[in-house]
Write a protein that binds this ligand. Structure first.
Ligand code: PMP
Length: 506
């Protein structure tokens, strides 16, 4: 059914690709940023929050900046800048398609700022296009972005549970339960919406096998690749025709390109005859005061208005750089660091790491989520920041049902957000601490985090005595005498004043 596109991997010798990887690793904005610590010293920050957003790649920015020397609006061929922008924007679409191995039968649509926009758009499109199918299957490990849009637009949503490994830790989606759910809803199933990798455990799902099961009953497979895209190779076509994914959504800000649009890569035929979700300039052929006609061309008809060109160029440039290193090598490198981090973290007394620890049972990208026994997640996260200069994230990561399940909380009852006392447990104030890796992270970063966590676990009271719970409903904690208000770091007004001073003194 689908033709294939040439593999996007490079044929460079491995040694050269390793050299490129080393060069890329240090090419990010913000790696040298320093902050003051609670002990009065200054330290380079250690960024371990890439699952939220990763840092901007300076090499990709330099490529996109070259394009910006010609900046103009698209949709005109008659001055140099406009025709170049139109060509580069087309090229950016083609680069995205190639990155996920999508053949001609697919379109790449820039949409919103991340996967949230893409999944909302596709929930509306697929519901309108397939009205007799009013059930969606998703899994217990989804981000709210791959759950709530389907609940709002697509009808009934069935959440399939996860399999557990021999140690009782949650793994990937339970394929037997998925098969049963697909059989039960076969006639009315519109699509299966599944994440390629969890933003809570980092564990990956067998998306091509899931696509085959969905296709067996005439349903589609929609994949949330927000977490996985920058960390492991994704090929839309799979090994067999019936394993091809129908829709894949990406977030550029999780692919080292903050400020870029989100992307939907989808089969073109899914939009056939569908009135575009948003209308306006740039997509119409004829307009009078009574009627208008919209172009048939994709992605144009789904991209009304002036495009985010700088963002699209940044994202496409980054994808090209990652292609030149090779996603296989990037994944291999991250797997080794993840394995190392898992070994170091699980050796810490009182640290419970969520999700299967066995990569051979449940592969995971570089996302490690845990709690330290007896210590609230908000307190651990604040200590890591204040005393160690380590940036990590806590709470429920927009995946409340999954986090509650991992914590053993049956439902939302009994959760009183403001009841967080100094002894609060992850169950009373649901949440966890998440360390997540990007291309720039090294063993030294993992060691710094593991050493810090071991120190916190060994001397909890010494740290706890310096903090108070904020009782703000998020489980946040504040140091009693160390606090750097954001406006002391930077304000836009201050930056403008610096410019004025420089401009007047030159
Ligand atoms: N899905 C997953 C797995 C995610 O990790 C995220 C972002 N945390 C999203 C969806 C939503 O992405 P965005 O905020 O870019 O729309």
């Amino acid at each position: 059914m689908f033709s294939t596109v040439p593999a996007a991997t490079t044929h460079r010798p491995r040694a050269e690709r390793l050299q490129l990887l080393e060069a890329l690793r240090t090419s990010f904005d913000g790696l040298d940023t320093t902050y003051e610590r609670a002990d009065g010293t200054r330290q380079r920050r250690i960024y371990l929050d890439s699952a939220a957003s990763n840092l901007r790649c300076t090499a990709a920015r330099a490529m996109a900046d070259r394009a910006m020397q010609h900046y103009a609006n698209t949709h005109s061929q008659l001055h140099m800048g406009a025709s170049l922008m139109t060509a580069l924007y087309d090229e950016a679409h083609a680069i995205v398609r190639r990155f996920v191995g999508a053949p001609e039968a697919y379109t790449a649509i820039f949409c919103g700022t991340g996967v949230t926009g893409g999944l909302n758009r596709m929930a509306r499109v697929l519901t309108a296009q397939r009205p007799s199918r009013d059930v969606v299957i998703t899994t217990m490990m989804e981000h709210h972005a791959n759950d709530l849009p389907h609940r709002k637009h697509a009808g009934r949503v069935v959440h399939v549970p996860l399999a557990h490994d021999p140690d009782g830790e949650a793994g990937r989606v339970d394929m037997d339960a998925l098969r049963r759910a697909i059989r039960t809803h076969a006639d009315r199933l519109n699509y299966v919406a599944v994440t390629a990798a969890s933003n809570v455990t980092g564990i990956t799902n067998p998306v091509h096998e899931i696509a085959r099961l969905a296709h067996d009953v005439g349903a589609l497979c929609v994949v949330d690749a927000a977490q996985s895209a920058a960390h492991s190779p994704i090929r839309i076509t799979g090994d067999r025709d019936d394993e091809a994914l129908d829709v894949v959504c990406l977030s550029g800000h999780k692919i080292y390109a903050p400020g870029s649009p989100g992307v939907i890569v989808a089969r073109k035929d899914l939009f056939a005859g569908h009135e575009p979700e948003e209308v306006g300039g740039g997509i119409v052929e004829f307009v009078d005061t009574e009627r208008y006609t919209v172009t048939d061309a994709l992605p144009d008809r789904e991209e009304t208005g002036t495009p985010n060109l700088p963002g699209a160029f940044l994202l496409a440039s980054m994808l090209l750089l990652m292609e030149r290193v090779g996603m296989d090598l990037i994944a291999e490198d991250e797997r080794a660091l993840t394995q190392y981090a898992m070994e170091r973290f699980t050796a810490i007394d009182g640290l419970h790491l969520y999700g299967s620890h066995r990569l051979e049972v449940a592969e995971r990208i570089g996302v490690l989520t845990f709690n330290l026994e007896g210590l609230p997640h908000g307190l651990v996260t604040a200590i890591l920041n204040d005393y160690f200069g380590i940036a990590v994230r806590n709470e429920c990561f927009c995946a409340q049902p999954f986090v509650r399940q991992l914590l053993g909380i049956a439902d939302a009852t009994g959760v009183a957000p403001d009841s967080c006392l100094d002894t609060c447990t992850p169950q009373a104030q649901p949440g966890m601490v998440r360390v997540s890796l990007g291309l720039y992270n090294t063993r030294a970063d993992v060691d710094a985090a593991a050493d810090a966590l071991a120190d916190i676990a060994a001397r909890p009271d010494a740290y706890r005595s310096k903090y108070r719970a904020l009782r703000n409903g998020h489980g946040d904690w504040a140091h009693t005498d160390f606090n750097v208000p954001p406006h002391e770091l930077l304000t836009l007004e201050g930056a403008a004043d610096d410019w004025v001073r420089d401009a007047l003194s030159s």
